[in-house]
Design a protein around this ligand. Sequence first.
Ligand code: 9MR
Length: 421
Amino acid sequence: MNPSRPITAVGLVSLVALLAFGLTPRAAEVPALGEAFRDHFLVGAALNRSHVTGTGGRRSAEQVTGEIALVKRHFNQVTAENDMKWQLIHPREGQDGYDFAGADALVAFAQSNRMEIVGHTLVWHSQTPNWVFAGTNPPPPGATNPPPAVVAGNTNGPGTNRFGRGGFGPGFGRYNGPRASRDELLQRMRDHIHTVVGRYKGKVKVWDVVNEALADGGPENVMRNSLWSEIIGPDFIAKAFQYAHEADPEAILRYNDYGLENPVKIQKLVTLIRSLQEQKVPIHAIGTQAHLNVSSAGFEQMDRSLTEIAKLGLPIHVTELDINSAQGGQRNTGADIAANATTTQGGLVSDADKKLADAYAGVFRAFLKHRDQVKMVTLWGVNDAVSWRAGGKPLLFDGGNQPKPAFDAVIAETGKAATTR
Ligand code: 9MR
């Protein structure tokens, strides 16, 4: 609906319907995000369980209703923020150790609203239960699976989140007990991938197969040290893609990582992906998470990053976009849930609304410039209140589902698309 034109009878009926389903007047009147970018790429959001079941979580029924209305109006793609992670979908060993409740609800919600579904995530060093790595082999001497080194501006140490101790450490913490053999772990990985991908075959069209396997810090370490890499070896990545491809040959399989605005980390990505491509590993898209900070995010940073990633010749999906406006996070380039407590502290930067609008306008201008490669842009959350970085107010809608100035700035970019190449 264009607010500058007189409202038609049909427009009036849809406006009344949207208001009845919980959208605030302005949220119901502004252009829909998915529609605005329809000719260029999908626009999605990460959903949590309350959005797809309509109940539960820390939000009131009214808040959840408002968020669901927002999702239906603005997004044509959804990702499960947590419900497809190993820890939630496969908490116990064995075929009866799965819990598909949250994932099934997400898939049903997306299908009934004709939204593209992304499965997140099959193999990750974090949020993987200890049983996956457990076995009878004593850990090799010295291989204590240390947490990644703390580097400037990025704290990747273990921490506690609402799923328990773990943060970005492997499993629920650091599993230091006797280990599975390579073959046992490969078998568990294959069973998991075949079961999960197989269940949603033809419905979930895109999978994050391996998440965050690159190391942070300087160029000397390309790959992150994890229980996956220690027990299986570096080919755990190729194997995961191979199993996912077997399970659904039609699915788009993506490698997903954060910090790809950092030139050192981009080169690590290039090294990894080129090596997988040389081995003919079925990898079909690159996911760049884009957990950004308001003081550095903008056209130049994103354009540079996308230009480098595009050289790999694969479609690019922006998988977890948000822009932290909290003072405490401006030097942090990680995506670490454990460091989140500090990165969202200190209050917002000055003039936060304006800075956020400029930053969002810049990154969307870059997405539009690279629209031949950028096929999907997913915001990591529906509104500021449900964001993992709620303290940094990083999204396009505020906690009351009102579009922020950043939303208007993003929409304004669609009018400039023809001139951004
Ligand atoms: O937003 C997610 C948060 O709710 C979870 O507690 C956390 C741990 O599972 O994961 C967050 O999402 C992460 C995503 O799955 C992978 N990239 C980094 C995201 C932010 O930490």
